[in-house]
Design a protein around this ligand. Structure first.
Ligand SMILES: [Zn+2]
Ligand SMILES: [Zn+2]
Length: 337
């Protein structure tokens, strides 16, 4: 069974298809028997056509976990029986970033799951071996599925910005999946996490995720009301509506990590402010295998969690996407074939 997006937008439901037998892997592909696949906000943005890249018809889903049941003749990295989870895309393996292990910065990735090749809303996922990282057996399927896109994104952003014990870390959109993950990770690294949420109703959840302080702000003016003074690292999960206030929260020499831009809008940037205060603006996405190995090791010492709003059967993929698109959830929705 798989769920296919045949038309952009919300007028046509995802189409459920049944398959007769497991697919055969070719070349450097592997076949993964999917245990679970996350329904990401990004899937809904793609369905709505807000990015021009999606090639319909396509099976959505870049957050799959499962066991390898078949390998192509040219596969070198995986064997049948191993448990793997997917990243957004593969990498060429030959360019300078790839050779340095920075595969998410590869400019030649051709296989982007759910966008350019079929993704994980399926019982069987067939994709190039470079799309996957090793997933330990003991992490339960729903958490394993969303590990890369939530915890991995937050981990890469925070570690690239040099967060360490004692750092004061601000997280905007702290009630979202990546925001909540960032609070937990910052806290587990010994940093002081300060959450920014839009509404009072999210305060309890942010505190539960490890925020030492929660600022409620709906207007992008939260830099004026941060308890305890300036911030070392601001992780901006919202984008245009919060970017300038995140920037103005920073101490001299502070770092802003941009990991999301929900509205897709542009902003005015006061370049003089960035220069004068020696600020750094870092874009971050796509945790790579090295990031995931480091994060999984950290998880063994400091267990992390992602709240799961619902586990739904694959046959209900369309309804699952509509629930995610409607928003307001305190956790992730995961499809279980
Ligand atoms: Zn995702
Ligand atoms: Zn490359």
């Amino acid at each position: 069974m798989k769920a296919r997006l045949t038309e952009l937008g919300w007028d046509t439901d995802l189409v459920i298809e049944l398959d007769a037998a497991a697919p055969i892997a070719a070349g450097r592909e592997i076949v993964v028997e999917v245990e679970a696949c996350g329904v990401c906000g990004r899937d809904c943005i793609d369905r709505a056509g807000r990015f021009g890249f999606v090639q319909v018809p396509i099976i959505p889903g870049h957050e799959a976990v499962g066991r390898v049941i078949g390998i192509g003749p040219d596969v070198t990295e995986w064997a049948v029986g191993q448990r793997v989870a997917s990243m957004h895309r593969d990498a060429c393996g030959a360019c300078e970033p790839c050779i340095d292990g920075e595969t998410s910065l590869c400019g030649s990735a051709a296989a982007v799951l759910g966008l350019l090749i079929d993704g994980g809303y399926a019982r069987w996922l067939v994709a190039p071996e470079g799309c996957f990282y090793a997933m330990p057996d003991h992490i339960e399927p729903a958490l394993a599925a969303v590990f890369n896109c939530t915890l991995g994104t937050a981990w890469r952003g925070l570690t690239r910005a040099g967060v360490r014990a004692g750092s004061r870390v601000l997280v905007t959109g702290a009630n979202g999946g990546v925001g909540a993950a960032a609070l937990q990770i910052a806290n587990s690294l010994g940093a002081i996490a300060i959450a920014v949420v839009r509404r009072q109703e999210h305060v309890g959840a942010a505190t539960a995720q490890g925020a030492a302080h929660v600022v409620v702000d709906d207007g992008g003016g939260f830099h004026k009301q941060i308890p305890g003074g300036p911030i070392d690292v601001a992780m901006d999960c919202v984008g245009a509506p919060t970017f300038n206030s995140s920037l103005r929260s920073l101490a001299v020499g502070g770092r802003l990590v941009a990991v999301g831009n929900i509205t897709g809008e542009r902003i005015d940037l006061n370049i003089g402010y960035v220069i004068t205060f020696g600020l750094q603006v870092i874009g971050s996405s796509g945790a790579n295998r090295a990031d995931m190995a480091a994060l999984l090791a950290h998880h063994e010492r400091h267990p992390l969690d992602v709240p799961i709003h619902a586990r739904m059967p694959l046959a209900e993929a369309d309804r699952a996407q509509r629930i995610v698109a409607a928003g307001g959830l305190h956790g992730r929705v995961v499809l279980v074939p």
